[in-house]
Design a protein around this ligand. Structure first.
Ligand SMILES: *[C@@H]1O[C@H](CO)[C@@H](O)[C@H](O)[C@H]1NC(C)=O
Ligand SMILES: *[C@@H]1O[C@H](CO)[C@@H](O)[C@H](O)[C@H]1NC(C)=O
Ligand SMILES: *[C@@H]1O[C@H](CO)[C@@H](O)[C@H](O)[C@H]1NC(C)=O
Length: 435
Protein backbone atom coordinates (compact mmCIF):
# COMPACT_ATOMS: atom_id res chain seq x y z
CA UNK A 1 0.00 0.00 0.00
CA UNK A 2 1.50 3.33 -1.02
CA UNK A 3 1.59 6.22 1.41
CA UNK A 4 -0.66 8.41 -0.72
CA UNK A 5 -3.50 5.90 -1.03
CA UNK A 6 -3.92 5.61 2.75
CA UNK A 7 -6.21 8.60 3.22
CA UNK A 8 -8.41 7.37 0.39
CA UNK A 9 -8.72 3.93 1.99
CA UNK A 10 -9.54 5.58 5.30
CA UNK A 11 -12.15 7.73 3.63
CA UNK A 12 -13.62 4.70 1.90
CA UNK A 13 -13.71 2.81 5.21
CA UNK A 14 -15.54 5.60 6.97
CA UNK A 15 -17.92 5.97 4.04
CA UNK A 16 -18.78 2.27 4.27
CA UNK A 17 -19.20 2.60 8.03
CA UNK A 18 -21.60 5.51 7.52
CA UNK A 19 -23.49 3.50 4.92
CA UNK A 20 -23.90 0.59 7.30
CA UNK A 21 -25.10 2.86 10.11
CA UNK A 22 -27.58 4.44 7.73
CA UNK A 23 -28.96 1.16 6.46
CA UNK A 24 -29.15 -0.48 9.89
CA UNK A 25 -31.15 2.45 11.14
CA UNK A 26 -32.97 3.15 7.90
CA UNK A 27 -36.23 4.90 8.68
CA UNK A 28 -36.68 3.75 12.27
CA UNK A 29 -40.36 3.79 13.26
CA UNK A 30 -39.45 5.32 16.59
CA UNK A 31 -36.55 6.41 18.77
CA UNK A 32 -36.01 5.95 22.48
CA UNK A 33 -34.00 7.64 25.25
CA UNK A 34 -33.69 6.96 28.99
CA UNK A 35 -35.08 9.35 31.63
CA UNK A 36 -33.77 9.56 35.19
CA UNK A 37 -34.89 11.67 38.14
CA UNK A 38 -32.25 13.77 39.83
CA UNK A 39 -32.75 13.31 43.60
CA UNK A 40 -31.64 16.77 44.64
CA UNK A 41 -33.32 19.02 42.05
CA UNK A 42 -36.20 16.61 41.18
CA UNK A 43 -35.49 17.37 37.51
CA UNK A 44 -35.95 14.69 34.86
CA UNK A 45 -32.83 14.07 32.83
CA UNK A 46 -32.49 12.40 29.46
CA UNK A 47 -29.35 11.26 27.68
CA UNK A 48 -28.78 11.85 23.96
CA UNK A 49 -25.70 11.57 21.73
CA UNK A 50 -24.34 14.52 19.82
CA UNK A 51 -21.36 15.81 17.78
CA UNK A 52 -18.50 14.15 15.87
CA UNK A 53 -17.06 12.11 17.42
CA UNK A 54 -20.29 11.30 19.29
CA UNK A 55 -20.44 12.11 22.99
CA UNK A 56 -23.36 11.52 25.31
CA UNK A 57 -25.05 14.62 26.71
CA UNK A 58 -27.34 14.75 29.71
CA UNK A 59 -30.14 17.28 29.35
CA UNK A 60 -32.93 18.32 31.71
CA UNK A 61 -36.32 17.79 30.09
CA UNK A 62 -38.44 20.89 29.59
CA UNK A 63 -41.65 19.62 28.04
CA UNK A 64 -42.74 23.08 26.86
CA UNK A 65 -39.27 24.37 25.93
CA UNK A 66 -38.89 25.76 22.41
CA UNK A 67 -35.73 23.93 21.37
CA UNK A 68 -32.77 21.91 22.56
CA UNK A 69 -29.78 23.85 23.89
CA UNK A 70 -26.42 22.89 25.29
CA UNK A 71 -23.62 24.71 27.05
CA UNK A 72 -20.97 25.28 24.37
CA UNK A 73 -18.53 27.11 26.67
CA UNK A 74 -17.44 23.96 28.47
CA UNK A 75 -15.41 22.00 25.94
CA UNK A 76 -17.77 21.63 22.96
CA UNK A 77 -15.68 20.05 20.22
CA UNK A 78 -17.07 18.61 17.03
CA UNK A 79 -15.90 18.45 13.45
CA UNK A 80 -19.48 18.69 12.20
CA UNK A 81 -20.63 21.83 14.08
CA UNK A 82 -22.16 24.37 11.67
CA UNK A 83 -23.46 27.75 12.86
CA UNK A 84 -26.70 28.81 11.15
CA UNK A 85 -26.34 32.01 9.11
CA UNK A 86 -28.70 34.85 9.85
CA UNK A 87 -31.50 35.55 7.38
CA UNK A 88 -31.44 31.87 6.34
CA UNK A 89 -34.41 29.54 5.94
CA UNK A 90 -33.30 27.56 9.01
CA UNK A 91 -33.19 30.77 11.03
CA UNK A 92 -36.81 31.54 10.16
CA UNK A 93 -37.76 27.93 10.86
CA UNK A 94 -36.60 28.66 14.43
CA UNK A 95 -38.81 31.77 14.43
CA UNK A 96 -35.75 34.02 14.67
CA UNK A 97 -34.55 37.00 12.66
CA UNK A 98 -31.71 38.52 14.64
CA UNK A 99 -28.10 38.54 13.53
CA UNK A 100 -25.43 37.77 16.12
CA UNK A 101 -21.82 38.87 16.34
CA UNK A 102 -19.13 37.66 18.69
CA UNK A 103 -16.04 39.61 19.73
CA UNK A 104 -13.76 36.80 20.68
CA UNK A 105 -12.08 34.00 18.79
CA UNK A 106 -14.30 31.83 16.66
CA UNK A 107 -15.58 28.59 18.27
CA UNK A 108 -18.96 26.82 18.70
CA UNK A 109 -21.30 29.41 20.13
CA UNK A 110 -19.15 32.34 18.98
CA UNK A 111 -19.31 33.23 15.29
CA UNK A 112 -20.24 36.30 13.29
CA UNK A 113 -23.44 36.78 11.30
CA UNK A 114 -25.22 33.84 12.86
CA UNK A 115 -28.86 33.33 13.77
CA UNK A 116 -29.54 34.37 17.35
CA UNK A 117 -32.22 32.58 19.39
CA UNK A 118 -33.24 32.59 23.06
CA UNK A 119 -32.34 29.45 25.00
CA UNK A 120 -34.21 29.38 28.30
CA UNK A 121 -33.70 27.72 31.68
CA UNK A 122 -37.23 27.25 33.09
CA UNK A 123 -35.93 26.16 36.51
CA UNK A 124 -34.34 29.55 37.17
CA UNK A 125 -36.58 31.51 34.74
CA UNK A 126 -33.49 32.79 32.95
CA UNK A 127 -32.98 33.23 29.25
CA UNK A 128 -30.23 34.70 27.16
CA UNK A 129 -29.17 34.76 23.55
CA UNK A 130 -27.49 31.83 21.89
CA UNK A 131 -26.23 30.86 18.47
CA UNK A 132 -28.45 28.56 16.40
CA UNK A 133 -26.42 25.70 14.93
CA UNK A 134 -26.57 22.27 13.36
CA UNK A 135 -24.71 19.17 14.41
CA UNK A 136 -25.17 15.40 14.52
CA UNK A 137 -27.76 14.13 17.02
CA UNK A 138 -28.15 10.40 17.61
CA UNK A 139 -30.64 8.31 19.58
CA UNK A 140 -31.41 4.61 19.72
CA UNK A 141 -33.98 3.38 17.26
CA UNK A 142 -36.68 1.17 18.80
CA UNK A 143 -39.43 -1.26 17.87
CA UNK A 144 -41.19 -0.20 21.06
CA UNK A 145 -39.78 -3.09 23.11
CA UNK A 146 -35.99 -2.62 23.19
CA UNK A 147 -33.45 -0.09 21.99
CA UNK A 148 -31.84 -0.97 18.65
CA UNK A 149 -29.08 0.61 16.53
CA UNK A 150 -28.28 4.30 16.91
CA UNK A 151 -30.08 6.45 14.36
CA UNK A 152 -28.60 9.83 13.62
CA UNK A 153 -29.77 13.11 12.22
CA UNK A 154 -26.63 14.76 10.72
CA UNK A 155 -28.09 18.28 10.75
CA UNK A 156 -30.06 18.66 13.96
CA UNK A 157 -30.81 22.28 14.92
CA UNK A 158 -30.14 23.37 18.49
CA UNK A 159 -28.70 26.38 20.23
CA UNK A 160 -25.36 26.96 21.81
CA UNK A 161 -25.76 28.68 25.16
CA UNK A 162 -23.23 30.24 27.52
CA UNK A 163 -22.22 28.15 30.56
CA UNK A 164 -24.03 30.38 33.07
CA UNK A 165 -27.42 29.27 31.71
CA UNK A 166 -26.84 25.77 33.17
CA UNK A 167 -26.88 27.22 36.70
CA UNK A 168 -29.70 25.53 38.60
CA UNK A 169 -29.65 22.38 36.47
CA UNK A 170 -29.02 18.95 37.97
CA UNK A 171 -25.34 18.08 38.40
CA UNK A 172 -24.03 16.71 35.11
CA UNK A 173 -26.75 18.27 32.93
CA UNK A 174 -25.24 20.42 30.20
CA UNK A 175 -28.43 21.89 28.78
CA UNK A 176 -32.15 21.48 28.19
CA UNK A 177 -34.11 19.21 25.92
CA UNK A 178 -37.02 21.53 25.08
CA UNK A 179 -39.81 19.34 23.68
CA UNK A 180 -42.29 22.11 22.90
CA UNK A 181 -44.64 22.74 20.00
CA UNK A 182 -42.25 24.40 17.58
CA UNK A 183 -40.83 23.34 14.22
CA UNK A 184 -37.33 23.02 15.70
CA UNK A 185 -37.96 21.18 18.98
CA UNK A 186 -36.91 17.50 18.80
CA UNK A 187 -40.44 16.05 18.32
CA UNK A 188 -40.94 17.93 15.02
CA UNK A 189 -37.35 17.89 13.81
CA UNK A 190 -36.90 14.16 14.37
CA UNK A 191 -40.28 13.40 12.81
CA UNK A 192 -39.32 15.42 9.73
CA UNK A 193 -35.90 13.81 9.41
CA UNK A 194 -37.01 10.21 9.95
CA UNK A 195 -40.43 10.64 8.29
CA UNK A 196 -42.47 9.48 11.23
CA UNK A 197 -45.58 10.89 12.86
CA UNK A 198 -45.13 13.96 15.06
CA UNK A 199 -45.83 12.11 18.25
CA UNK A 200 -43.80 11.45 21.39
CA UNK A 201 -44.39 9.86 24.76
CA UNK A 202 -43.04 10.56 28.19
CA UNK A 203 -42.98 8.05 31.02
CA UNK A 204 -41.29 9.64 34.06
CA UNK A 205 -39.74 7.48 36.79
CA UNK A 206 -40.93 8.05 40.37
CA UNK A 207 -37.59 7.35 42.03
CA UNK A 208 -33.99 8.21 41.30
CA UNK A 209 -33.21 4.48 41.23
CA UNK A 210 -35.42 3.71 38.23
CA UNK A 211 -34.99 4.64 34.57
CA UNK A 212 -38.04 5.99 32.77
CA UNK A 213 -38.42 6.39 29.05
CA UNK A 214 -38.93 8.98 26.33
CA UNK A 215 -40.17 7.78 22.91
CA UNK A 216 -40.25 9.78 19.68
CA UNK A 217 -42.42 8.46 16.86
CA UNK A 218 -45.35 6.15 16.65
CA UNK A 219 -44.71 2.69 17.96
CA UNK A 220 -45.96 0.41 20.63
CA UNK A 221 -44.70 1.52 24.02
CA UNK A 222 -43.98 -1.79 25.66
CA UNK A 223 -43.21 -2.12 29.36
CA UNK A 224 -42.29 -5.32 31.19
CA UNK A 225 -43.80 -7.77 31.92
CA UNK A 226 -45.80 -7.39 28.69
CA UNK A 227 -47.87 -4.23 28.74
CA UNK A 228 -48.38 -2.19 25.57
CA UNK A 229 -49.01 1.17 27.20
CA UNK A 230 -50.03 2.70 23.85
CA UNK A 231 -53.21 0.58 24.07
CA UNK A 232 -54.51 1.92 27.38
CA UNK A 233 -54.64 5.63 26.71
CA UNK A 234 -57.45 8.11 27.22
CA UNK A 235 -57.29 11.13 24.90
CA UNK A 236 -58.02 14.79 25.34
CA UNK A 237 -57.56 17.60 22.80
CA UNK A 238 -54.31 19.52 22.86
CA UNK A 239 -55.18 23.22 23.19
CA UNK A 240 -53.22 26.13 21.82
CA UNK A 241 -52.51 29.20 23.90
CA UNK A 242 -52.19 32.02 21.32
CA UNK A 243 -49.91 34.02 23.63
CA UNK A 244 -46.36 32.86 24.39
CA UNK A 245 -45.69 31.70 27.96
CA UNK A 246 -41.90 31.79 27.51
CA UNK A 247 -39.51 34.17 29.27
CA UNK A 248 -38.69 36.06 26.07
CA UNK A 249 -40.86 36.03 22.97
CA UNK A 250 -41.78 38.03 19.93
CA UNK A 251 -45.27 39.52 19.71
CA UNK A 252 -47.80 37.19 18.12
CA UNK A 253 -45.78 34.08 19.01
CA UNK A 254 -48.07 31.33 20.37
CA UNK A 255 -47.09 29.35 23.44
CA UNK A 256 -44.94 26.27 22.77
CA UNK A 257 -46.37 24.60 25.87
CA UNK A 258 -48.90 21.77 26.07
CA UNK A 259 -52.30 22.99 27.28
CA UNK A 260 -55.28 20.75 27.99
CA UNK A 261 -58.86 21.67 28.84
CA UNK A 262 -59.54 20.92 32.52
CA UNK A 263 -63.22 21.77 33.13
CA UNK A 264 -63.39 20.83 36.78
CA UNK A 265 -61.80 18.94 39.66
CA UNK A 266 -63.38 16.18 41.76
CA UNK A 267 -62.19 14.81 45.07
CA UNK A 268 -63.50 11.34 45.82
CA UNK A 269 -66.01 11.87 42.95
CA UNK A 270 -67.33 15.08 44.51
CA UNK A 271 -66.95 18.18 42.32
CA UNK A 272 -65.33 21.18 44.00
CA UNK A 273 -66.54 24.73 43.31
CA UNK A 274 -64.10 26.59 41.09
CA UNK A 275 -64.00 29.94 39.33
CA UNK A 276 -64.42 28.77 35.73
CA UNK A 277 -62.84 31.92 34.28
CA UNK A 278 -59.48 30.73 35.62
CA UNK A 279 -59.81 27.41 33.80
CA UNK A 280 -60.19 29.08 30.41
CA UNK A 281 -57.26 30.44 28.40
CA UNK A 282 -57.88 34.15 27.83
CA UNK A 283 -57.25 34.40 24.07
CA UNK A 284 -55.99 38.00 24.35
CA UNK A 285 -53.69 37.79 27.36
CA UNK A 286 -52.82 34.07 27.38
CA UNK A 287 -53.66 33.98 31.10
CA UNK A 288 -55.49 31.00 32.63
CA UNK A 289 -55.98 27.40 31.63
CA UNK A 290 -54.07 24.21 32.36
CA UNK A 291 -50.70 23.10 31.06
CA UNK A 292 -48.48 20.09 31.60
CA UNK A 293 -44.92 20.84 32.68
CA UNK A 294 -41.78 19.00 33.70
CA UNK A 295 -40.33 22.23 35.05
CA UNK A 296 -42.21 22.01 38.36
CA UNK A 297 -41.98 18.99 40.69
CA UNK A 298 -45.57 19.29 42.01
CA UNK A 299 -48.79 20.50 40.41
CA UNK A 300 -49.16 24.21 41.12
CA UNK A 301 -52.65 25.69 41.50
CA UNK A 302 -53.91 29.26 41.61
CA UNK A 303 -54.74 30.10 45.25
CA UNK A 304 -58.56 29.79 45.11
CA UNK A 305 -58.27 26.42 43.33
CA UNK A 306 -55.61 25.26 45.78
CA UNK A 307 -57.76 26.26 48.76
CA UNK A 308 -60.87 24.54 47.37
CA UNK A 309 -58.91 21.34 46.69
CA UNK A 310 -57.22 21.18 50.10
CA UNK A 311 -60.47 21.98 51.94
CA UNK A 312 -62.33 19.14 50.21
CA UNK A 313 -59.41 16.74 50.58
CA UNK A 314 -59.11 17.54 54.32
CA UNK A 315 -62.85 16.96 54.76
CA UNK A 316 -62.68 13.60 52.98
CA UNK A 317 -59.75 12.54 55.19
CA UNK A 318 -61.11 14.03 58.43
CA UNK A 319 -60.81 10.63 60.14
CA UNK A 320 -56.99 10.77 59.80
CA UNK A 321 -54.86 12.73 62.27
CA UNK A 322 -53.53 16.02 60.81
CA UNK A 323 -49.94 16.96 61.63
CA UNK A 324 -48.06 20.27 61.19
CA UNK A 325 -47.39 21.16 57.56
CA UNK A 326 -44.03 20.50 55.94
CA UNK A 327 -43.18 23.17 53.33
CA UNK A 328 -43.94 23.60 50.47
CA UNK A 329 -47.06 21.57 51.33
CA UNK A 330 -49.87 22.73 53.62
CA UNK A 331 -51.99 19.66 54.21
CA UNK A 332 -50.20 16.83 56.02
CA UNK A 333 -51.32 13.69 57.82
CA UNK A 334 -49.95 11.04 60.12
CA UNK A 335 -48.84 8.28 57.77
CA UNK A 336 -49.93 5.45 60.03
CA UNK A 337 -53.58 6.49 59.67
CA UNK A 338 -53.48 5.88 55.89
CA UNK A 339 -53.12 2.33 54.61
CA UNK A 340 -50.95 1.55 51.60
CA UNK A 341 -52.53 0.07 48.45
CA UNK A 342 -51.19 -0.99 45.08
CA UNK A 343 -51.82 2.51 43.73
CA UNK A 344 -50.25 4.31 46.66
CA UNK A 345 -51.61 5.61 49.99
CA UNK A 346 -55.33 5.01 50.33
CA UNK A 347 -56.72 8.54 49.89
CA UNK A 348 -59.63 9.92 47.83
CA UNK A 349 -58.84 10.04 44.11
CA UNK A 350 -58.49 13.49 42.56
CA UNK A 351 -59.99 13.74 39.06
CA UNK A 352 -59.07 16.38 36.51
CA UNK A 353 -62.30 16.45 34.52
CA UNK A 354 -61.63 17.05 30.82
CA UNK A 355 -63.83 17.54 27.73
CA UNK A 356 -66.76 15.58 29.22
CA UNK A 357 -67.74 14.46 32.74
CA UNK A 358 -66.80 10.87 31.85
CA UNK A 359 -63.36 11.78 30.53
CA UNK A 360 -61.01 12.47 33.42
CA UNK A 361 -57.41 12.03 34.51
CA UNK A 362 -57.65 10.17 37.79
CA UNK A 363 -54.88 10.80 40.30
CA UNK A 364 -54.41 8.13 42.97
CA UNK A 365 -52.36 8.27 46.18
CA UNK A 366 -49.08 7.36 44.47
CA UNK A 367 -49.42 10.57 42.44
CA UNK A 368 -51.01 12.78 45.08
CA UNK A 369 -49.15 12.09 48.32
CA UNK A 370 -45.56 12.84 49.28
CA UNK A 371 -43.71 11.43 52.29
CA UNK A 372 -42.40 14.86 53.26
CA UNK A 373 -40.65 13.45 56.33
CA UNK A 374 -40.66 10.16 58.18
CA UNK A 375 -44.20 9.23 59.18
CA UNK A 376 -45.75 12.27 57.47
CA UNK A 377 -47.74 12.19 54.23
CA UNK A 378 -48.62 15.49 52.59
CA UNK A 379 -50.92 16.38 49.71
CA UNK A 380 -48.38 16.95 46.90
CA UNK A 381 -49.89 20.04 45.31
CA UNK A 382 -48.64 23.58 45.85
CA UNK A 383 -50.16 27.06 45.96
CA UNK A 384 -49.07 29.08 42.90
CA UNK A 385 -50.32 32.40 44.32
CA UNK A 386 -53.23 34.66 43.40
CA UNK A 387 -52.38 35.51 39.82
CA UNK A 388 -50.17 32.96 38.13
CA UNK A 389 -50.09 33.09 34.32
CA UNK A 390 -51.48 29.58 34.10
CA UNK A 391 -54.06 28.53 36.71
CA UNK A 392 -53.15 24.82 36.78
CA UNK A 393 -49.65 23.56 36.01
CA UNK A 394 -49.67 19.76 36.14
CA UNK A 395 -46.18 18.89 37.40
CA UNK A 396 -43.74 16.04 37.93
CA UNK A 397 -45.23 14.02 40.82
CA UNK A 398 -48.60 13.84 39.08
CA UNK A 399 -47.00 12.61 35.82
CA UNK A 400 -44.72 9.90 37.23
CA UNK A 401 -45.49 6.28 36.39
CA UNK A 402 -48.15 7.49 33.93
CA UNK A 403 -47.49 7.20 30.21
CA UNK A 404 -48.36 10.53 28.60
CA UNK A 405 -48.31 10.93 24.82
CA UNK A 406 -48.23 14.18 22.88
CA UNK A 407 -49.59 13.81 19.40
CA UNK A 408 -48.85 16.97 17.44
CA UNK A 409 -50.16 15.49 14.20
CA UNK A 410 -53.57 14.70 15.75
CA UNK A 411 -53.54 17.57 18.32
CA UNK A 412 -54.24 15.37 21.27
CA UNK A 413 -52.71 14.26 24.55
CA UNK A 414 -53.08 10.65 25.66
CA UNK A 415 -52.64 9.52 29.25
CA UNK A 416 -52.70 6.15 30.95
CA UNK A 417 -53.38 7.17 34.58
CA UNK A 418 -51.21 5.18 37.00
CA UNK A 419 -49.45 2.19 35.47
CA UNK A 420 -49.54 0.54 38.91
CA UNK A 421 -53.03 -0.74 38.03
CA UNK A 422 -51.40 -2.58 35.13
CA UNK A 423 -48.75 -3.96 37.47
CA UNK A 424 -45.98 -2.04 35.74
CA UNK A 425 -44.12 1.27 36.10
CA UNK A 426 -42.28 3.75 33.87
CA UNK A 427 -39.03 2.09 34.99
CA UNK A 428 -39.96 -1.15 33.23
CA UNK A 429 -38.86 -0.47 29.68
CA UNK A 430 -36.37 -3.17 28.65
CA UNK A 431 -33.22 -1.14 27.97
CA UNK A 432 -31.30 -4.27 26.90
CA UNK A 433 -30.10 -3.36 23.43
CA UNK A 434 -30.79 -5.64 20.47
CA UNK A 435 -28.29 -3.78 18.25
C1 LIG B 1 -16.47 39.34 14.16
O1 LIG B 1 -16.21 40.55 13.51
C2 LIG B 1 -15.52 41.49 14.33
C3 LIG B 1 -15.42 42.83 13.58
O2 LIG B 1 -15.53 42.67 12.21
C4 LIG B 1 -14.15 40.93 14.68
O3 LIG B 1 -13.46 41.82 15.54
C5 LIG B 1 -14.36 39.60 15.41
O4 LIG B 1 -13.12 39.01 15.69
C6 LIG B 1 -15.18 38.66 14.58
N1 LIG B 1 -15.51 37.49 15.41
C7 LIG B 1 -15.34 36.22 15.02
C8 LIG B 1 -15.75 35.17 15.97
O5 LIG B 1 -14.86 35.93 13.93
C1 LIG C 1 -62.87 34.63 38.73
O1 LIG C 1 -61.57 34.88 38.24
C2 LIG C 1 -61.49 36.02 37.41
C3 LIG C 1 -60.07 36.04 36.83
O2 LIG C 1 -59.11 36.05 37.84
C4 LIG C 1 -61.80 37.26 38.23
O3 LIG C 1 -61.73 38.41 37.42
C5 LIG C 1 -63.21 37.12 38.83
O4 LIG C 1 -63.47 38.20 39.69
C6 LIG C 1 -63.33 35.81 39.59
N1 LIG C 1 -64.72 35.60 39.97
C7 LIG C 1 -65.10 35.35 41.21
C8 LIG C 1 -66.56 35.12 41.44
O5 LIG C 1 -64.29 35.31 42.15
C1 LIG D 1 -35.09 -7.84 27.54
O1 LIG D 1 -34.74 -7.87 26.17
C2 LIG D 1 -33.73 -8.84 25.88
C3 LIG D 1 -33.34 -8.63 24.41
O2 LIG D 1 -34.46 -8.77 23.57
C4 LIG D 1 -34.27 -10.23 26.15
O3 LIG D 1 -33.27 -11.18 25.87
C5 LIG D 1 -34.67 -10.30 27.62
O4 LIG D 1 -35.27 -11.55 27.88
C6 LIG D 1 -35.65 -9.19 27.97
N1 LIG D 1 -35.90 -9.18 29.40
C7 LIG D 1 -37.07 -9.51 29.93
C8 LIG D 1 -37.14 -9.45 31.42
O5 LIG D 1 -38.03 -9.82 29.23
Amino acid sequence: MSFSSKPLILRLASFLLLLSIASAAHRPAALVAPVTKDPSTLQYITRLHQRTPLVSVDLAIDLGGRHLWVDCDSGYTSSTYRPTPCRSALCSLAGANSCSRCFSSSRPGCNNNTCGVFPENPFTSTSTSGELAEDVLALSSTDGSNPGALASDPSFLFSCAPAFLTKGLAAGASGIAGLGRTRVAPPSQLAAHFSFRRRFALCLPSTSRGTGVLFFGNSRYRLLPDIDASQILIYTPLLTNPVSTAGTSVSGEPSAEYFIGVKGIRVGEKAIALNKTLLEINRKTGIGGTKISTAVPYTALETSIYNALTAEFALALSHVKRVPAVAPFRLCFEEKGISPTRVGPSVPAIDLVLQRDDVYWRIFGANSMVEAKTGVLCLGFVDAGKSPRTAIVVGGLQLEDNLVTFDLAYSRVGFSSTLFFRRTTCSNFNFTSTA
